[in-house]
Design a protein around this ligand. Sequence first.
Ligand SMILES: [Zn+2]
Length: 396
Amino acid sequence: MEFEFWWLLAFPLFFALGWLAARIDIKHLISESRTLPESYFKGLNFLLNEQPDRAIEALSEVVRGDEPETVELHFALGGLFRRRGEVDRAIRTHQSLLERPDLDKEQKLTALFELAQDYHKAGLLDRAEELFGDLLDTAYSRSALEFLLEIYMQEKDWHQAIQTAQRLGRESSLPYHRQMAHFYCELAVGAMVRCDPDAARGHLEKALEVNRGCVRANILLGDIEAAEKHYSGAAKAWRRIETQDPRYLHLVGERLLTGYRESGRPQEGLELLRGYLARYPSLDLLNVVFQATLETEGTDAAYRLVRDELRRNPTLQGLDRLLEAQMLDTPVERRHDMQLIKNLVHQHTRRLALYRCDNCGFDARQFHWHCPACGGWETFQPRRREETEMAQMSHD
Ligand SMILES: [Zn+2]
């Protein structure tokens, strides 16, 4: 098809039309807004051009006066300061707003809520807590509760955190039971550190009361029993995880083995874990069973275990284990080559062997109940990345 050159003429025409339209708009805008000072437009212009420093300068000039129409501008400016991390200026802006006599009730509440957030961001938790407390039973009640919950978690004040989560659950009809169970677990950990097992047990029973599926509570209950050398009680608590969520069983694999060994029944412990591994394939469980098999039954048995497991569940990390088992049986002169291969595989599996937070994507070598990056509770996948990704792939 031939290119039609007359189209080229059309472009300048479009530009001219666009320019004209823009000018008309601006003229119209300026004639409409004679009442607003010039610096306001300057400020807006800088904002639109992403020059927040100059925008703040221009807008500050406008709000120097106390005219009623500058209230909204004060709010905008205060928010801007806080977002940019200039909390001192944000606090001053919102404090001066609160001192104005012409604020209506709603504006006053908004200014309080903003100031509370400034304090929170500045790390002045006591003052923030007080102001958020004043905002309960107002229109800002729910947001204030959410901030308060965050503050109590920062302060590790778990009693207050539990009460706040309870109230949030009532007011928002969102489920907070999972978090609450972890707050009880935190209380239990504190009691265990103080060597007060009875108090710890009480907290853990509460944890299971608010969330029957709280795996961590059963892990800790078992730990308390094991610390008192009540190994059968410990094993009983840990085994309950199978009915809660078997994907977490690997967290107690090592503990179960030790418990059975300490009570003189090592073979029974190993059989139990082998049963788990058969029913719920898991790399972490495989690792535990592999080590135990190696120690009690020798290299051949350990090698057969990983080989069968790899056939059933082909993963890179499984291959890594298989190579390790093979190396144990390799004559010394050929071990060097095996080591090379193993290192290569191991480099690949390192990334896959991490646990990932579902909420923020943070990767960690260790499993965490409380994400160190985003502060989410129970947001980590119970399995390592390779297994999680494979499970997702087989679902797609
Ligand atoms: Zn996270």
